[in-house]
Design a protein around this ligand. Structure first.
Ligand code: URA
Length: 299
């Protein structure tokens, strides 16, 4: 029966002068159904029991191949699409009874969200015209701690990276002293993303224009704790205009995230008398992280 069907099919394809789209070449060869005028010979060869078994196995094999090929094609298409568009834009909304059910809104990864923010760039204030490079921030998008400084200095402006000068070196050591790895555990940024000319203090209009970007970074990273370096960072994030002496040594709250203020490393470089209180504050920050249970989380 199978033999007759194949034979008829191939004869018809040949008469129409079109290629064979159903049977694959291997199968045809195996069945000795070469697309030439060998119908009689083919029929004879397929009539033996052995050849019928071979035909059945070959058909199974061919179907298996086609199915797995289709699966591979469709999964590679999905992978490509998924990397181009968020899934919720691919899955259409569905009608269930009288209700339209929207597809789930899948959260973008923190890294992707930060990358997008970086790509968007910022020209919100006049500092954009005097900067060499803007200093968006650096570190782990999944960081447990966000460290926030004041504004980039000359070296940061050159390299486009935060805390790469002398104060940065001290900061790296301070963090290491409480077991925090700058690249794995932390995301470091500043209140201002562009260097104020001649390293002057940030103006309040600049802070106001730059703070939404900082808030968005915190919102994306969702750190377990925030370390604020110096008065400017403390004022911008906490919205309290107190002296650093009053702000340090306490646990504050930023939208449910515990935040502590310590002396800015640049102040420690200028003023050795701040080193002791800064070390005490760092130890308190470490105790806070221990209480939050965030030490030893997978990095
Ligand atoms: N001081 C800061 O506040 N930020 C830096 O990035 C460098 C120095």
């Amino acid at each position: 029966m199978i033999t007759r069907l194949f034979t008829a099919y191939l004869r018809q394809q040949k008469q129409l002068g079109v290629d064979d789209y159903i049977l694959n070449k291997d199968l045809i060869n195996l069945l000795s159904l070469k697309r030439v005028n060998t119908t009689e010979q083919t029929t004879a060869s397929l009539d033996s029991k052995t050849n019928q078994q071979a035909a059945a196995t070959a058909i199974k094999e061919a179907v298996k191949n086609v199915v797995s090929q289709k699966k591979a094609e469709s999964s590679s298409v999905h992978t490509r699409l998924a990397s181009l568009r968020p899934l919720n834009t691919i899955i259409p909304s569905a009608q269930v009874g009288s209700k339209t059910v929207e597809p789930p809104v899948l959260e973008q990864s923190k890294r992707e969200a930060l990358k997008q923010l970086y790509i968007n760039g910022c020209n919100a204030c006049h500092l954009a015209s005097s900067r060499n490079r803007w200093v968006f921030g650096a570190g782990n998008a999944e960081a447990i701690v966000m460290v926030i400084g004041e504004a980039p200095g000359a070296e940061e402006d050159e390299q486009g990276l935060p805390f790469v000068g002398a104060a940065g070196q001290l900061l790296t050591n301070m963090l290491a002293a409480i077991n925090l790895n700058r690249n794995k555990d932390i995301f470091i940024t500043n209140v201002l993303k562009c260097r104020p000319p001649a390293n002057r203090s940030p103006e309040s209009a600049e802070i106001q224009l730059c703070t939404p970007l900082l808030c968005r970074q915190i919102e994306i990273i969702k750190p377990r704790a925030i370390l604020l370096l110096g008065r400017i960072a403390a004022h911008a994030v906490l919205g309290i205009s107190e002296s650093i002496a009053k702000l340090r040594s306490k646990v504050h709250d930023y939208n449910g995230i515990p935040a502590m203020v310590i002396y800015h490393p640049a102040a420690l470089l200028r003023n050795a008398q701040y080193k002791r209180p800064a070390w005490e504050d760092l130890q308190k920050f470490q105790a806070l992280l221990e209480n939050l249970g965030v030490y030893g989380l997978p990095k």
